[in-house]
Design a protein around this ligand. Structure first.
Ligand code: ARG
Length: 462
Protein backbone atom coordinates (compact mmCIF):
# COMPACT_ATOMS: atom_id res chain seq x y z
CA UNK A 1 0.00 0.00 0.00
CA UNK A 2 1.24 3.48 -0.85
CA UNK A 3 1.91 5.86 2.04
CA UNK A 4 -0.86 8.09 0.67
CA UNK A 5 -3.38 5.21 0.44
CA UNK A 6 -5.91 6.70 2.97
CA UNK A 7 -8.42 8.18 0.53
CA UNK A 8 -8.10 5.38 -2.02
CA UNK A 9 -10.16 2.20 -2.14
CA UNK A 10 -8.01 0.33 -4.68
CA UNK A 11 -4.37 -0.47 -5.27
CA UNK A 12 -2.89 1.60 -8.06
CA UNK A 13 -2.75 -0.14 -11.43
CA UNK A 14 0.63 -1.85 -11.93
CA UNK A 15 1.30 0.00 -15.17
CA UNK A 16 0.41 3.33 -13.57
CA UNK A 17 2.70 2.51 -10.67
CA UNK A 18 5.61 1.95 -13.07
CA UNK A 19 4.71 5.01 -15.09
CA UNK A 20 4.56 7.20 -12.02
CA UNK A 21 7.66 5.83 -10.35
CA UNK A 22 10.92 7.75 -10.36
CA UNK A 23 12.96 5.53 -8.06
CA UNK A 24 15.01 4.11 -10.94
CA UNK A 25 16.64 7.51 -11.44
CA UNK A 26 16.06 9.49 -8.22
CA UNK A 27 17.58 6.72 -6.07
CA UNK A 28 20.93 8.42 -6.64
CA UNK A 29 19.75 11.20 -4.30
CA UNK A 30 19.48 8.81 -1.33
CA UNK A 31 22.35 10.37 0.65
CA UNK A 32 21.02 13.89 0.13
CA UNK A 33 17.49 12.78 1.02
CA UNK A 34 18.75 11.26 4.26
CA UNK A 35 20.91 14.29 5.07
CA UNK A 36 17.92 16.60 4.57
CA UNK A 37 15.67 14.37 6.68
CA UNK A 38 18.17 14.29 9.55
CA UNK A 39 18.40 18.08 9.58
CA UNK A 40 14.59 18.31 9.44
CA UNK A 41 14.08 15.82 12.28
CA UNK A 42 16.66 17.53 14.51
CA UNK A 43 14.97 20.89 13.89
CA UNK A 44 11.49 19.46 14.64
CA UNK A 45 12.78 18.25 18.00
CA UNK A 46 14.56 21.54 18.81
CA UNK A 47 11.35 23.39 18.09
CA UNK A 48 9.33 21.04 20.28
CA UNK A 49 7.31 19.78 17.30
CA UNK A 50 8.32 16.16 17.86
CA UNK A 51 9.85 14.52 20.93
CA UNK A 52 13.63 14.45 21.26
CA UNK A 53 13.58 10.63 21.60
CA UNK A 54 11.68 10.33 18.32
CA UNK A 55 14.21 12.56 16.56
CA UNK A 56 17.03 10.46 17.95
CA UNK A 57 15.40 7.26 16.70
CA UNK A 58 14.78 8.85 13.31
CA UNK A 59 18.36 10.06 12.93
CA UNK A 60 19.79 6.74 14.06
CA UNK A 61 17.42 4.83 11.79
CA UNK A 62 18.30 7.00 8.81
CA UNK A 63 22.01 6.49 9.55
CA UNK A 64 21.44 2.73 9.48
CA UNK A 65 19.61 2.99 6.15
CA UNK A 66 22.45 5.04 4.72
CA UNK A 67 25.04 2.49 5.83
CA UNK A 68 23.03 -0.42 4.51
CA UNK A 69 22.46 1.24 1.13
CA UNK A 70 26.15 2.01 0.88
CA UNK A 71 27.26 -1.49 1.85
CA UNK A 72 24.71 -3.12 -0.43
CA UNK A 73 22.87 -4.75 2.49
CA UNK A 74 19.75 -2.83 1.50
CA UNK A 75 18.52 -2.61 -2.11
CA UNK A 76 16.13 -0.03 -3.53
CA UNK A 77 12.63 -1.35 -3.99
CA UNK A 78 11.87 -0.98 -7.71
CA UNK A 79 8.16 -0.74 -6.90
CA UNK A 80 8.60 2.26 -4.61
CA UNK A 81 7.18 5.50 -5.99
CA UNK A 82 10.33 7.49 -5.42
CA UNK A 83 13.39 7.76 -3.18
CA UNK A 84 11.52 9.84 -0.60
CA UNK A 85 8.75 7.25 -0.17
CA UNK A 86 11.28 4.44 -0.14
CA UNK A 87 13.39 5.93 2.66
CA UNK A 88 10.36 6.87 4.75
CA UNK A 89 8.77 3.42 4.37
CA UNK A 90 12.05 1.70 5.21
CA UNK A 91 12.51 3.95 8.25
CA UNK A 92 9.03 3.22 9.52
CA UNK A 93 9.58 -0.50 8.99
CA UNK A 94 12.71 -0.23 11.13
CA UNK A 95 11.69 2.12 13.95
CA UNK A 96 7.89 2.07 13.95
CA UNK A 97 5.79 5.12 14.95
CA UNK A 98 8.71 7.54 15.29
CA UNK A 99 9.35 7.05 11.56
CA UNK A 100 5.80 8.22 10.84
CA UNK A 101 6.55 11.54 12.55
CA UNK A 102 9.40 12.48 10.21
CA UNK A 103 7.14 13.95 7.54
CA UNK A 104 5.57 16.45 9.98
CA UNK A 105 5.72 20.01 8.55
CA UNK A 106 7.16 18.75 5.28
CA UNK A 107 5.96 17.73 1.83
CA UNK A 108 7.69 15.76 -0.89
CA UNK A 109 7.52 18.96 -2.91
CA UNK A 110 9.94 20.86 -0.68
CA UNK A 111 11.83 17.63 0.03
CA UNK A 112 12.57 16.90 -3.64
CA UNK A 113 13.51 20.53 -4.29
CA UNK A 114 16.00 20.30 -1.43
CA UNK A 115 17.41 16.94 -2.54
CA UNK A 116 17.93 18.14 -6.09
CA UNK A 117 19.73 21.30 -4.95
CA UNK A 118 22.00 19.31 -2.64
CA UNK A 119 22.74 16.75 -5.37
CA UNK A 120 23.49 19.34 -8.02
CA UNK A 121 25.67 21.31 -5.59
CA UNK A 122 27.86 18.22 -5.05
CA UNK A 123 28.05 17.53 -8.76
CA UNK A 124 29.05 21.12 -9.49
CA UNK A 125 32.00 20.66 -7.11
CA UNK A 126 33.06 17.46 -8.88
CA UNK A 127 32.79 19.01 -12.34
CA UNK A 128 34.77 22.06 -11.23
CA UNK A 129 37.53 19.75 -9.98
CA UNK A 130 37.60 17.89 -13.30
CA UNK A 131 37.79 21.18 -15.20
CA UNK A 132 40.61 22.31 -12.92
CA UNK A 133 42.60 19.22 -13.94
CA UNK A 134 41.94 19.95 -17.59
CA UNK A 135 43.02 23.58 -17.24
CA UNK A 136 46.20 22.53 -15.45
CA UNK A 137 46.95 19.93 -18.15
CA UNK A 138 46.49 22.62 -20.80
CA UNK A 139 48.73 25.08 -18.96
CA UNK A 140 51.40 22.37 -18.67
CA UNK A 141 51.26 21.58 -22.39
CA UNK A 142 51.24 25.27 -23.25
CA UNK A 143 54.37 25.80 -21.17
CA UNK A 144 56.19 23.24 -23.33
CA UNK A 145 55.10 24.91 -26.57
CA UNK A 146 55.48 28.67 -26.22
CA UNK A 147 57.90 28.60 -29.19
CA UNK A 148 56.06 25.98 -31.27
CA UNK A 149 54.93 27.98 -34.30
CA UNK A 150 51.75 26.87 -36.06
CA UNK A 151 49.31 28.48 -38.46
CA UNK A 152 46.38 30.36 -36.99
CA UNK A 153 43.23 30.09 -39.12
CA UNK A 154 40.20 32.08 -40.10
CA UNK A 155 37.64 30.51 -42.46
CA UNK A 156 39.84 27.39 -42.15
CA UNK A 157 42.40 29.24 -44.27
CA UNK A 158 45.91 29.83 -42.95
CA UNK A 159 45.80 33.38 -41.66
CA UNK A 160 48.58 34.50 -39.30
CA UNK A 161 51.17 32.55 -37.32
CA UNK A 162 50.52 31.73 -33.68
CA UNK A 163 52.04 29.17 -31.32
CA UNK A 164 50.54 25.99 -30.01
CA UNK A 165 50.76 27.51 -26.51
CA UNK A 166 48.72 30.51 -27.63
CA UNK A 167 46.13 28.24 -29.23
CA UNK A 168 45.83 26.02 -26.14
CA UNK A 169 45.56 29.02 -23.84
CA UNK A 170 42.50 30.19 -25.77
CA UNK A 171 40.74 27.06 -24.48
CA UNK A 172 42.07 27.72 -20.99
CA UNK A 173 40.24 31.05 -21.01
CA UNK A 174 37.02 29.30 -22.08
CA UNK A 175 37.28 26.62 -19.41
CA UNK A 176 38.10 29.18 -16.71
CA UNK A 177 34.93 31.05 -17.63
CA UNK A 178 33.05 27.74 -17.51
CA UNK A 179 34.35 27.18 -13.99
CA UNK A 180 33.34 30.68 -13.00
CA UNK A 181 29.85 30.09 -14.42
CA UNK A 182 29.56 26.90 -12.36
CA UNK A 183 30.67 28.75 -9.24
CA UNK A 184 28.08 31.42 -9.93
CA UNK A 185 25.32 28.84 -10.47
CA UNK A 186 26.36 27.16 -7.23
CA UNK A 187 26.31 30.42 -5.28
CA UNK A 188 22.75 31.16 -6.40
CA UNK A 189 21.66 27.55 -5.88
CA UNK A 190 22.87 27.67 -2.27
CA UNK A 191 21.21 30.98 -1.53
CA UNK A 192 17.74 29.48 -1.47
CA UNK A 193 17.02 26.52 0.83
CA UNK A 194 13.52 25.24 -0.03
CA UNK A 195 12.67 22.98 2.94
CA UNK A 196 9.82 24.50 4.95
CA UNK A 197 7.92 25.65 1.86
CA UNK A 198 5.76 22.58 2.47
CA UNK A 199 3.54 21.45 -0.35
CA UNK A 200 3.22 25.06 -1.56
CA UNK A 201 2.00 27.29 1.27
CA UNK A 202 4.45 26.77 4.10
CA UNK A 203 3.23 25.29 7.37
CA UNK A 204 1.49 26.19 10.61
CA UNK A 205 4.20 24.50 12.70
CA UNK A 206 6.82 26.79 14.32
CA UNK A 207 9.70 25.52 12.17
CA UNK A 208 13.17 27.10 12.01
CA UNK A 209 14.17 27.22 8.36
CA UNK A 210 17.28 29.32 8.94
CA UNK A 211 18.80 26.68 11.20
CA UNK A 212 18.12 23.91 8.68
CA UNK A 213 19.66 26.04 5.91
CA UNK A 214 22.77 26.62 7.99
CA UNK A 215 23.14 22.97 8.88
CA UNK A 216 22.86 21.95 5.23
CA UNK A 217 25.40 24.52 3.98
CA UNK A 218 22.94 26.99 2.41
CA UNK A 219 23.45 30.73 2.70
CA UNK A 220 19.75 31.60 2.85
CA UNK A 221 16.19 30.27 2.55
CA UNK A 222 13.74 30.66 -0.33
CA UNK A 223 11.70 33.78 0.31
CA UNK A 224 8.45 32.58 -1.20
CA UNK A 225 7.02 29.12 -0.61
CA UNK A 226 5.33 28.84 -4.01
CA UNK A 227 8.60 29.71 -5.73
CA UNK A 228 10.65 27.47 -3.45
CA UNK A 229 8.81 24.30 -4.44
CA UNK A 230 8.11 25.05 -8.05
CA UNK A 231 11.06 26.59 -9.81
CA UNK A 232 13.88 24.64 -11.35
CA UNK A 233 15.82 27.57 -12.77
CA UNK A 234 18.96 26.36 -10.99
CA UNK A 235 18.79 23.11 -12.99
CA UNK A 236 18.32 25.10 -16.20
CA UNK A 237 21.25 27.35 -15.29
CA UNK A 238 23.42 24.34 -14.64
CA UNK A 239 22.34 22.68 -17.90
CA UNK A 240 23.27 25.92 -19.65
CA UNK A 241 26.71 26.01 -18.00
CA UNK A 242 27.17 22.35 -18.93
CA UNK A 243 26.10 23.01 -22.52
CA UNK A 244 28.75 25.70 -22.80
CA UNK A 245 31.39 23.32 -21.44
CA UNK A 246 30.33 20.82 -24.10
CA UNK A 247 30.39 23.52 -26.77
CA UNK A 248 34.00 24.34 -25.88
CA UNK A 249 35.00 20.68 -25.64
CA UNK A 250 33.32 19.96 -28.95
CA UNK A 251 35.14 22.74 -30.79
CA UNK A 252 38.42 21.55 -29.33
CA UNK A 253 37.54 17.97 -30.30
CA UNK A 254 36.84 19.06 -33.85
CA UNK A 255 40.31 20.60 -34.03
CA UNK A 256 41.94 17.49 -32.61
CA UNK A 257 40.13 15.39 -35.21
CA UNK A 258 41.51 17.66 -37.94
CA UNK A 259 44.99 17.76 -36.43
CA UNK A 260 45.14 13.93 -36.35
CA UNK A 261 44.27 13.63 -40.04
CA UNK A 262 46.94 12.90 -42.66
CA UNK A 263 46.04 16.25 -44.21
CA UNK A 264 47.24 18.10 -41.09
CA UNK A 265 49.35 15.63 -39.07
CA UNK A 266 49.93 18.19 -36.30
CA UNK A 267 49.52 15.68 -33.48
CA UNK A 268 49.40 11.99 -32.81
CA UNK A 269 47.18 10.53 -30.12
CA UNK A 270 48.61 7.98 -27.75
CA UNK A 271 47.60 4.43 -28.69
CA UNK A 272 45.70 4.13 -25.42
CA UNK A 273 43.45 7.03 -26.45
CA UNK A 274 42.65 6.07 -30.05
CA UNK A 275 40.88 3.16 -31.70
CA UNK A 276 41.32 1.02 -34.79
CA UNK A 277 39.06 -0.04 -37.62
CA UNK A 278 37.60 -3.52 -37.94
CA UNK A 279 38.49 -3.66 -41.63
CA UNK A 280 41.15 -1.03 -42.44
CA UNK A 281 44.40 -2.06 -40.76
CA UNK A 282 46.07 1.32 -41.21
CA UNK A 283 43.42 3.29 -39.28
CA UNK A 284 43.94 5.08 -35.97
CA UNK A 285 40.73 6.91 -35.22
CA UNK A 286 40.10 9.78 -32.80
CA UNK A 287 36.87 8.23 -31.53
CA UNK A 288 36.99 9.95 -28.14
CA UNK A 289 36.82 13.38 -29.69
CA UNK A 290 34.13 12.36 -32.15
CA UNK A 291 32.02 11.03 -29.29
CA UNK A 292 32.50 14.25 -27.35
CA UNK A 293 31.40 16.23 -30.40
CA UNK A 294 28.35 13.98 -30.65
CA UNK A 295 27.54 14.14 -26.97
CA UNK A 296 27.47 17.95 -27.05
CA UNK A 297 24.15 17.60 -28.89
CA UNK A 298 22.86 15.35 -26.17
CA UNK A 299 23.59 17.90 -23.42
CA UNK A 300 21.98 20.69 -25.49
CA UNK A 301 18.99 18.32 -25.70
CA UNK A 302 18.91 18.07 -21.90
CA UNK A 303 18.87 21.87 -21.62
CA UNK A 304 16.02 22.04 -24.13
CA UNK A 305 14.11 19.32 -22.26
CA UNK A 306 14.26 21.37 -19.05
CA UNK A 307 13.31 24.66 -20.69
CA UNK A 308 10.37 23.17 -22.55
CA UNK A 309 9.24 21.10 -19.56
CA UNK A 310 9.04 24.23 -17.37
CA UNK A 311 7.55 26.76 -19.77
CA UNK A 312 3.87 25.94 -19.36
CA UNK A 313 3.63 24.81 -15.75
CA UNK A 314 1.30 26.89 -13.56
CA UNK A 315 2.38 27.43 -9.95
CA UNK A 316 3.14 25.52 -7.86
CA UNK A 317 4.38 21.88 -8.04
CA UNK A 318 3.21 19.71 -10.94
CA UNK A 319 4.33 16.19 -11.68
CA UNK A 320 5.87 17.30 -14.99
CA UNK A 321 8.77 18.44 -12.83
CA UNK A 322 9.74 14.86 -12.04
CA UNK A 323 11.14 14.89 -15.59
CA UNK A 324 13.85 17.34 -14.48
CA UNK A 325 16.07 14.66 -12.96
CA UNK A 326 16.83 12.40 -15.90
CA UNK A 327 17.68 15.43 -18.04
CA UNK A 328 19.96 17.20 -15.58
CA UNK A 329 21.59 13.96 -14.36
CA UNK A 330 22.30 12.97 -17.95
CA UNK A 331 23.91 16.36 -18.60
CA UNK A 332 26.00 16.10 -15.42
CA UNK A 333 27.11 12.52 -16.15
CA UNK A 334 27.92 13.26 -19.78
CA UNK A 335 30.09 16.25 -18.91
CA UNK A 336 31.96 14.30 -16.23
CA UNK A 337 32.61 11.45 -18.61
CA UNK A 338 33.77 13.71 -21.41
CA UNK A 339 36.08 15.92 -19.34
CA UNK A 340 37.65 13.02 -17.48
CA UNK A 341 38.42 11.20 -20.76
CA UNK A 342 39.57 14.28 -22.64
CA UNK A 343 42.20 15.37 -20.08
CA UNK A 344 44.43 12.26 -20.16
CA UNK A 345 44.03 12.06 -23.94
CA UNK A 346 45.34 15.60 -24.18
CA UNK A 347 48.16 14.99 -21.70
CA UNK A 348 49.46 12.00 -23.67
CA UNK A 349 49.14 13.34 -27.22
CA UNK A 350 52.36 13.81 -29.19
CA UNK A 351 52.89 17.18 -30.87
CA UNK A 352 54.49 17.01 -34.33
CA UNK A 353 56.17 20.40 -34.14
CA UNK A 354 57.95 20.18 -37.50
CA UNK A 355 54.69 19.59 -39.34
CA UNK A 356 53.08 22.55 -37.59
CA UNK A 357 56.00 24.77 -38.53
CA UNK A 358 56.06 23.52 -42.12
CA UNK A 359 52.35 24.33 -42.47
CA UNK A 360 52.97 27.80 -41.03
CA UNK A 361 55.73 28.39 -43.57
CA UNK A 362 53.27 27.94 -46.43
CA UNK A 363 50.13 29.84 -47.30
CA UNK A 364 51.51 33.42 -47.11
CA UNK A 365 50.82 33.54 -43.43
CA UNK A 366 53.33 36.42 -43.18
CA UNK A 367 51.56 38.65 -45.70
CA UNK A 368 50.08 40.91 -43.00
CA UNK A 369 53.60 41.32 -41.58
CA UNK A 370 54.91 42.27 -45.01
CA UNK A 371 52.21 44.95 -45.26
CA UNK A 372 52.92 46.10 -41.69
CA UNK A 373 56.62 46.38 -42.57
CA UNK A 374 55.83 48.83 -45.38
CA UNK A 375 53.35 50.67 -43.17
CA UNK A 376 56.00 51.15 -40.48
CA UNK A 377 58.21 52.65 -43.18
CA UNK A 378 55.58 55.31 -43.85
CA UNK A 379 53.27 53.86 -46.50
CA UNK A 380 49.56 54.12 -45.58
CA UNK A 381 48.33 50.66 -44.54
CA UNK A 382 45.77 50.39 -47.35
CA UNK A 383 48.51 51.02 -49.95
CA UNK A 384 50.89 48.59 -48.23
CA UNK A 385 48.08 46.02 -48.24
CA UNK A 386 47.64 46.46 -51.99
CA UNK A 387 51.37 46.16 -52.74
CA UNK A 388 51.56 42.98 -50.65
CA UNK A 389 48.51 41.57 -52.41
CA UNK A 390 50.27 42.10 -55.74
CA UNK A 391 53.41 40.42 -54.35
CA UNK A 392 51.35 37.41 -53.21
CA UNK A 393 49.67 37.12 -56.63
CA UNK A 394 53.12 37.25 -58.24
CA UNK A 395 54.46 34.52 -55.93
CA UNK A 396 51.46 32.29 -56.61
CA UNK A 397 51.97 32.69 -60.35
CA UNK A 398 55.69 31.94 -60.00
CA UNK A 399 55.21 29.08 -57.53
CA UNK A 400 57.35 30.77 -54.87
CA UNK A 401 57.00 32.38 -51.43
CA UNK A 402 57.59 35.89 -50.10
CA UNK A 403 60.76 34.92 -48.25
CA UNK A 404 62.25 33.42 -51.41
CA UNK A 405 61.99 36.66 -53.43
CA UNK A 406 65.15 38.67 -54.04
CA UNK A 407 65.37 42.24 -52.78
CA UNK A 408 65.34 43.37 -56.39
CA UNK A 409 62.03 41.62 -56.96
CA UNK A 410 60.59 43.22 -53.81
CA UNK A 411 61.75 46.64 -54.93
CA UNK A 412 60.01 46.27 -58.29
CA UNK A 413 56.77 46.32 -56.33
CA UNK A 414 57.78 49.20 -54.05
CA UNK A 415 61.00 51.15 -53.55
CA UNK A 416 60.57 51.25 -49.73
CA UNK A 417 61.66 47.60 -49.41
CA UNK A 418 65.16 46.92 -48.00
CA UNK A 419 67.05 43.98 -46.38
CA UNK A 420 64.96 44.41 -43.22
CA UNK A 421 61.97 42.80 -44.95
CA UNK A 422 63.46 39.31 -44.54
CA UNK A 423 63.55 39.64 -40.78
CA UNK A 424 60.10 41.23 -40.69
CA UNK A 425 58.49 38.34 -42.57
CA UNK A 426 60.38 35.51 -40.87
CA UNK A 427 58.00 33.26 -38.96
CA UNK A 428 59.87 33.77 -35.68
CA UNK A 429 59.64 37.57 -35.95
CA UNK A 430 55.98 37.37 -36.98
CA UNK A 431 55.23 35.58 -33.72
CA UNK A 432 57.71 37.33 -31.41
CA UNK A 433 56.71 40.82 -32.54
CA UNK A 434 53.05 40.24 -31.83
CA UNK A 435 53.37 41.68 -28.37
CA UNK A 436 50.00 43.37 -28.02
CA UNK A 437 48.20 42.29 -24.86
CA UNK A 438 46.70 38.82 -25.36
CA UNK A 439 48.95 38.13 -28.36
CA UNK A 440 51.11 35.08 -29.17
CA UNK A 441 54.63 36.43 -28.39
CA UNK A 442 56.21 33.71 -26.19
CA UNK A 443 56.94 35.96 -23.21
CA UNK A 444 53.35 37.22 -23.27
CA UNK A 445 51.94 33.71 -23.39
CA UNK A 446 54.15 32.80 -20.43
CA UNK A 447 52.46 35.65 -18.58
CA UNK A 448 49.05 34.36 -19.70
CA UNK A 449 49.89 30.93 -18.31
CA UNK A 450 50.96 32.38 -14.95
CA UNK A 451 47.80 34.49 -14.69
CA UNK A 452 45.61 31.55 -15.73
CA UNK A 453 47.13 29.50 -12.92
CA UNK A 454 46.36 32.31 -10.48
CA UNK A 455 42.77 32.45 -11.73
CA UNK A 456 42.54 28.69 -11.36
CA UNK A 457 43.79 28.84 -7.78
CA UNK A 458 41.21 31.53 -6.99
CA UNK A 459 38.41 29.45 -8.53
CA UNK A 460 39.38 26.27 -6.72
CA UNK A 461 40.09 28.10 -3.46
CA UNK A 462 43.67 26.86 -3.09
N1 ARG B 1 9.15 12.09 -7.37
C1 ARG B 1 8.61 13.41 -7.29
C2 ARG B 1 9.46 14.35 -8.18
O1 ARG B 1 10.50 13.97 -8.53
C3 ARG B 1 8.67 13.90 -5.89
C4 ARG B 1 7.63 14.92 -5.55
C5 ARG B 1 6.28 14.33 -5.62
N2 ARG B 1 5.26 15.23 -5.17
C6 ARG B 1 3.99 15.00 -5.40
N3 ARG B 1 3.17 15.91 -4.95
N4 ARG B 1 3.55 13.98 -6.08
O2 ARG B 1 9.02 15.40 -8.54
Amino acid sequence: MALWAGRFSKEVDAKVNDFNSSISFDCRMYAQDIKGSCAHAAMLARQGIIAAEDAEKIIEGLGGILDDLESGALAFDPNAEDIHMFVEAELTARIGDAGKRLHTARSRNDQVALDLRLTLHENIGEIKALLAELVEALCGKAEEHTETVMPGYTHMQRAQPVTLAHHLMAYVQMFLRDMDRLADTDRRLLSSMPLGCGALAGTTYPIDRQAVAKELGFTGVSQNSLDGVSDRDYAVELANALSLIMMHLSRFSEEIILWCSWEFKFIELDDAFATGSSIMPQKKNPDITELIRGKAGRVYGDLTTLLVMMKGIPLAYNKDMQEDKEAIFDAVDTVKLCVSTFTPMLRTMRVLKDNMRAAAAKGFINATDCADYLTKKGLPFRDAYKVTGQLVAFCIAEGTTLEELSLEQFCKFHPLFDEGVYHAISLEACVKERRSEGGPAPELVKGQIARAREALAALTGC
